[in-house]
Ligand binder design. Structure first.
Ligand SMILES: Nc1ncnc2c1ncn2[C@@H]1O[C@H](COP(=O)(O)OP(=O)(O)OP(=O)(O)O)[C@@H](O)[C@H]1O
Ligand SMILES: [Mg+2]
Length: 112
């Protein structure tokens, strides 16, 4: 199993969510976050003074998928989140040892 953490633009959430639901993604969690990447936020000019905006609002989508679903789910996220401009976001993938559905006690991929 793999955990996908995708940091995306807030305005892309609906498109990514609906595409994930259509593609058979077993479940998702959404968190509103603030962060910055390589550009360290943006610098805004206001009445001659420079204000550094260091953190920008983003959405974190987390989903745990079977190994065989990984490539497809990554493609769905990228296809629906990308504008081609800086700040489109980032995806982190990590391994998951186990999962348990509390109601039934099922574990492993069967619990997803
Ligand atoms: N190395 C990182 N570790 C943790 N979070 C990150 C990392 N890089 C980016 N993020 C998160 O992803 C969000 C979006 O990052 P962003 O798309 O600006 O990445 P980037 O590397 O600067 O790429 P780009 O040049 O396309 O802007 C950040 O606000 C931050 O929350
Ligand atoms: Mg950036």
């Amino acid at each position: 199993m793999k955990k996908i953490e995708a940091i995306i633009r807030p305005e892309k959430l609906d498109a990514v969510r609906h595409a994930l639901e259509k593609s058979g993604c077993p479940g998702i969690m959404i968190t509103e976050i603030e962060g910055h990447g390589k550009q360290k936020g943006v610098v805004q000019q206001w009445r001659g003074e420079k204000y550094k905006v260091e953190l920008l609002p983003k959405i974190k989508i987390e989903t745990v998928v079977a190994d065989g679903q990984l490539a497809g789910v990554l493609k769905v996220i990228i296809d629906n989140a990308r504008t081609g401009d800086i700040g489109d976001g980032k995806i982190f993938v990590s391994g998951i040892d186990d999962a348990v559905r509390i109601r039934t006690g099922e574990s492993g991929e069967g619990a997803l």
